[in-house]
Design a protein around this ligand. Structure first.
Ligand code: ZN
Length: 304
């Protein structure tokens, strides 16, 4: 085990603790916090954090990297986006409540002990089991520090949001004045090697960007730049249960009124058809064909 690496547990309740990894650099500097597994069916960031902690050179590091590789252990072990304990989407309950439900207690501890300690905060997500998302870094377009970090991360797509909705890890960072990024990846319940490489490289790129490690960020190619709100709760949703036939792919540019897909029953009869409410770029698809009423099926972004 390399010098300066500590693997410990951060207590939430008597029964639940969060895994907490700390890499202390040989020189003083900022605190960089990174988390994954806010949603229990997202794995790319979990593995990326493990790999970062296996390879980081603490002798060259200025400052401290703190990481929680699995923020939501109950959802992680249940292989589901939301908590099996209280049904909550952890990304809607921040800044949490120390006297609330288990998800609210997790949020309160994370906000206080991890995000609140950070000079920069990174939250790693993906499409999970049901959705597909572009491999991307998302930032608040009203904060120049976020845009600069998104460019330095080195993702194939960056997405600037004029609004950060409440309840997120990143909204609790914003409320504390802490610069942040979030990252998405393909998902589908697997770890795509390119997404793992993007996240691992991206963490080291941010540490270079923040002058915590020597050298310049490695940017493989200029990114595609998206804009718009990007709230997955506001996408085109299913009105009934059904089997989804997608007619578009992630990052396709679509015209207003263009057909995006349809939902069928078990005879193949069409239940609902979906078309683009406006021109835009497909920024989320419900990749899992089994759809429940209310599920978000498509989300549109704008090209910058
Ligand atoms: Zn997520």
């Amino acid at each position: 085990m390399s010098l300066g690496i500590v693997r410990d547990w951060l207590p939430v309740t008597a029964e639940l603790s969060l895994p907490l990894l700390t890499a202390t650099g040989a020189r003083p500097g900022p605190v960089f916090a990174v988390t994954a597994g806010v949603h229990g069916d997202e794995y790319e960031g979990v593995r990326a954090i493990f790999e970062v902690f296996e390879t980081i050179d603490t002798a060259a590091l200025a400052g401290t990297v703190i990481a929680v590789p699995v923020v939501n252990p109950p959802a992680h072990w249940a292989v589901q986006r939301t908590s099996p304990v209280d049904g909550a989407n952890l990304a809607r309950v921040f800044p949490g409540n120390p006297d609330g439900t288990l998800s609210e207690q997790i949020a309160a501890v994370l906000a206080r002990e991890v995000i609140g300690r950070a000079d920069f905060y990174l939250d790693l997500h993906s499409g999970g089991v049901r959705y597909a998302m572009p491999s991307m870094a998302g930032y608040a377009s009203f904060d120049g520090r976020g845009r600069a970090a998104a460019e330095a991360f080195g993702a194939p797509v960056i997405w600037g949001h004029p609004v950060i909705e409440p309840g997120r890890t990143i909204s609790s960072a914003r409320d504390r004045g802490i610069p942040f990024l979030y990252v998405e990846a393909w998902g589908a319940g697997r770890i795509a090697p390119a997404d793992l490489a993007m996240m691992r490289r991206g963490v080291f790129n941010l540490l270079r960007h923040l002058d915590m490690l020597p050298g310049e960020p490695e940017i493989p190619a200029p990114p595609r730049r998206l804009s718009g709100v990007g709230n997955t709760d506001d996408g085109l949703a299913a009105g009934v249960d059904g089997f989804l036939l997608l007619e578009v792919a992630l990052l396709d540019r679509v015209a207003a009124g263009q057909r995006l897909g349809r939902l069928v029953d078990l005879l193949g009869n069409t239940l609902e058809t979906y078309s683009a409410p406006r021109a835009g770029t497909i920024a989320l698809t419900h990749e899992m064909p089994i759809v429940r009423k209310g599920d978000t099926l498509f989300l549109l972004a704008d090209e910058e």
